[in-house]
Design a protein around this ligand. Structure first.
Ligand SMILES: [Ca+2]
Ligand SMILES: [Ca+2]
Ligand SMILES: [Ca+2]
Length: 254
């Protein structure tokens, strides 16, 4: 998935720089798509709930999966996700200036440590699905993601979660407790946008369930300066290349 995300991110970055008058590719308008996706995401959040009652009963050491279901029949009185989610507005540069994209996220369990920055590495288990419920990727076993290499929505969403505590058992296995767990709802402009794959059609909003077990601060070029301290100093959302040699600062040892 990491490869797919990285590859797709590259495609998105590359496609942004392609000329618009290429007849073979009619890319949808970013602003129109952001509005359409937000309508679809809001509709989903208004008509679905998660098993919050199960989580209210849970103690810190128990594990439980998040289950999303539609508000219907026996579940008609459940509180919809829209009443529980947080919103984050993320501008994406386009030819017509920055276009706002709304990301929704829901920390179901808060977690216990420090939030990862948007350039750290995170150790997560996850499940990615579309609004119709079809799952396009999952890993029940936690794996590492470098947040500099994933789509914007995943990076922005995960950085809102906190990791947990861990203890090492006698057999060197690790138990994680009190870790952050929750949901991220991503418009296609912060996902794969016009890029499609066998399981993800173009212009698909994405839903991620994640559990964030631990994080690692990164220093990609090993120069002793953490990536967060040299990635995007002018804070314009684009990684910097101060000396203009084509190597981004966080990968540029000098
Ligand atoms: Ca560095
Ligand atoms: Ca920058
Ligand atoms: Ca450079």
């Amino acid at each position: 998935m990491k490869k797919i995300i990285f590859y797709s991110l590259l495609i998105i970055l590359i496609s942004k720089s392609c000329k618009k008058d290429d007849d073979s590719v009619k890319i949808r308008d970013v602003a129109d798509q952001a509005l359409a996706d937000d309508t679809d995401l809001k509709n989903f959040l208004e008509t679905h709930f998660y098993n919050y009652e199960d989580f209210e009963k849970l103690d810190d050491f128990e594990n439980l999966d998040i289950i999303i279901d539609s508000i219907f029949d026996d579940n008609i009185n459940k509180t919809p996700l829209i009443n529980k989610v947080f919103k984050k507005n993320i501008p994406i540069e386009s030819d017509n200036g920055p276009i706002n994209h709304t990301l929704y996220y829901l920390p179901v369990r808060e977690g216990n440590g420090e939030n990862p920055s948007k350039v750290d590495s995170v150790y997560v288990s996850y499940e990615g699905s579309l609004l119709d419920g079809s799952i396009f990727d999952r890993s029940n076993i936690p794996i590492w993601f470098d947040l500099t290499s994933v789509v914007m929505g995943f990076k922005e969403g995960v950085s809102e979660f906190k990791p947990g505590d861990f203890s090492v058992n006698d057999d060197n296995t690790i138990n994680y407790q009190n870790y952050g767990q929750g949901l991220i709802f991503i418009p296609s402009g912060l996902g794969y946008f016009a890029q499609s794959s066998s399981l993800i059609p173009e212009y698909s909003p994405l839903i991620f369930k994640i559990s964030l077990f631990t994080i690692k601060k990164t220093d990609h070029d090993g120069d002793g300066i953490l990536t967060i301290d040299e990635y995007d100093i002018d804070n314009d959302g684009v990684p910097d290349d101060s000396d203009g040699d084509g190597i981004l600062d966080y990968l540029d040892k000098d």
